[in-house]
Write a protein that binds this ligand. Sequence first.
Ligand SMILES: [Zn+2]
Ligand SMILES: [Zn+2]
Length: 119
Amino acid sequence: MEPWILKKESKCFNCSQNTTQIIEIYPNQAFVKCSNCGATRYYIIKNTYIDDENIIESEKDKKMLYENWLLEKDAECYNCGKYYTQDILITIAGMYVRCRNCGFTRSYRFSMIDTGGTK
Ligand SMILES: [Zn+2]
Ligand SMILES: [Zn+2]
């Protein structure tokens, strides 16, 4: 399965540079990797469900240690099969991917950081 790949300009938690963070989302796991130092955050799937209330709206403004990232991507939904906007919320604790059409939500939890030993 091809991952969904997104990019976000942000300050890296590891090398502290403002740089491109590369986000790869697979059905059962996801990664956020710094293009400068290679530090990678790993997330693994926690559950999937139909979310009628929009978890992203309620989670996005919660204060975390790092800034929350709110992204969107047009992609084919695994549930409804439509090509539709997927809302993606990434926090230090987890990641949510939610289909705007059917509410199908994948919830990932943060697993580990691999700094690659570069710093
Ligand atoms: Zn970095
Ligand atoms: Zn859908």
